[in-house]
Design a protein around this ligand. Structure first.
Ligand SMILES: Nc1ncnc2c1ncn2[C@@H]1O[C@H](COP(=O)(O)OP(=O)(O)OP(=O)(O)O)[C@@H](O)[C@H]1O
Ligand SMILES: O=P(O)(O)OC[C@H]1O[C@H](OP(=O)(O)OP(=O)(O)O)[C@H](O)[C@@H]1O
Ligand SMILES: [Mg+2]
Length: 395
């Protein structure tokens, strides 16, 4: 990690821009903070990697935005709980809370779209929201960084859907939809969606010309049957809502795949004290938990004349190799006054789907006293996502 130097300079507003950025080489990673005396309106600026950045609003606490309601709210709290991060909310109508395990962190409950907006405005530093919301409301803003893009809940896809009936009966791909003679400048394809940024962008990127959009917040699936629209762009998970409303997805019609993600403001990571450390801790806890989901530790006793012999036996079985090979330790006993190891205890890590097969294979090679317990965390040496985040920040 490179060193970030901080230089405090005093200056008057008129002298700010011309000389500073060019005098600082981009590779030097120098952070320059300006204190502006007698001028409460101007924000301090910082130079990171040669770029001038405005300091987000002055405050000391780090802020994490969590969904206040809707289907993501409970799952988000459950994930944090599984990471031993308990969100303490005094009462459900209060929008601020704390996580006692992480000091100086404020939790703010907000609607998902507002979490993204507030990350962009600098009113939040971190957030947990769906990737669909990040893309729709972040609109490609480079200040929003995906810290963990796969939190393993809120899985859905943003998809274009059309009726199964009428003129669409034999239309099964985006290409076929685009080539329908019905769509003209006078009578365009009418699409209803809550994704008013992503949907038009997708249609444009895919060369669909005669399209108009209207927006609605919910129950979009009713619009085609009501005659209000020809097609919809909405989230699909199980596909039940589409099916129940006689709609279908088409080939090439998936706009994006989504699940919950941990996101952060680049500015906050670069400039606000404590944000990078808190992000690191949250990322480590989340990765350790998510890696452990569905994994079990299996311990058993095996008879053998040496640890190597037992290890060889175990490694000869396809379902018993574990995360990094088996741990084999001697179990000592006393025979004829001599301390000997007739048994070896083995410990392996097995995914849930291979659990029963592993037990069968262990028994087949002489394993006994098989104990199984679920894994809570797997902490790796250093998470690739952390390295990627640092490199993304130029650190
Ligand atoms: N059917 C679904 N299955 C799984 N995840 C979904 C589904 N629908 C939405 N999501 C995920 O949950 C997030 C929140 O959706 P939800 O419907 O709770 O709120 P919203 O409709 O976006 O918010 P609001 O009601 O405040 O406008 C979505 O952005 C998406 O990531
Ligand atoms: O494929 P499915 O599993 O049927 O899920 C898809 C539905 O879920 C979401 O609606 P939600 O239930 O959030 O209601 P909303 O329209 O009020 O947001 C989405 O807008 C779809 O309507
Ligand atoms: Mg919804």
């Amino acid at each position: 990690m490179s060193v970030v130097q901080t230089i405090f300079l005093q200056f008057f507003p008129a002298s700010i821009s011309p000389s500073l950025p060019s005098s600082i080489p981009a590779s030097n990673n120098i952070s320059v903070k300006f204190a502006i005396p007698c001028c409460s309106l101007a924000s301090p600026v910082t130079v990171v990697n040669g770029n001038v950045e405005t300091m987000p609003t002055e405050r000391n606490e780090v802020r994490l935005g969590l969904p206040s309601k809707g289907r993501m709210a409970t799952d988000t709290l459950d994930l944090l709980k599984d990471c031993q991060l308990s969100v303490k909310q005094v009462n459900p109508r209060q929008y601020v809370a704390e996580i006692p395990q992480i000091s100086n962190l404020e939790v703010w409950f907000q609607r998902p779209k507002d979490i993204v907006r507030k990350l962009v405005s600098g009113d939040l530093d971190l957030g947990i929201v769906g990737l669909d919301t990040v893309s729709e409301y972040g609109q490609g803003n480079e200040d929003i960084i995906l810290v963990h893009e796969a939190l393993d809940f809120g899985d859905c896809r943003l998809s274009l859907a059309i009726p199964k009936y009428g003129i669409f009966e034999n239309v099964n791909s985006l290409q076929e939809l685009a080539q329908m003679p019905q769509w003209t400048p006078e009578r365009p394809l009418r699409v209803v969606t809550g994704f008013t940024y992503l949907a038009p962008k997708f249609m444009k990127d895919n060369g669909l010309k005669h399209v108009t959009f209207s927006s609605a917040d919910g129950a979009l699936e009713a619009a085609p049957a009501m005659g209000i629209a020809d097609a919809i762009v909405d989230l699909v998970s199980s596909g039940t809502t589409l099916k129940e409303n006689n709609l279908k997805e088409i080939e090439g019609g998936v706009i994006l795949e989504s699940q919950a993600a941990l996101v952060a403001s680049r500015k906050s990571l670069n400039l606000r004290k404590g944000v990078l450390d808190i992000t690191h801790e949250m990322l480590e806890r989340m990765e350790a938990h998510l890696r452990a989901v569905g994994q079990f530790t299996v311990t058993a006793n095996m008879r053998g004349s040496s640890a190597e012999e037992v290890a060889e036996l175990i490694l000869s079985q396809t379902s018993l190799s574990g995360l990094q090979g088996p741990t084999v330790s001697p179990v000592f006993g006393k025979r004829d006054g001599m301390v000997t190891a007739d048994y070896y205890a083995i410990v392996i890590c097995v995914p849930k789907k291979a659990l029963y097969k592993s037990v069968q294979q262990l028994r087949a090679i002489g394993g006994s006293g098989v104990l199984i317990s679920p894994l809570t965390y797997i902490f790796d040496e250093e998470t690739p996502r952390w390295r990627q985040l640092l490199s993304n920040l130029g650190l």
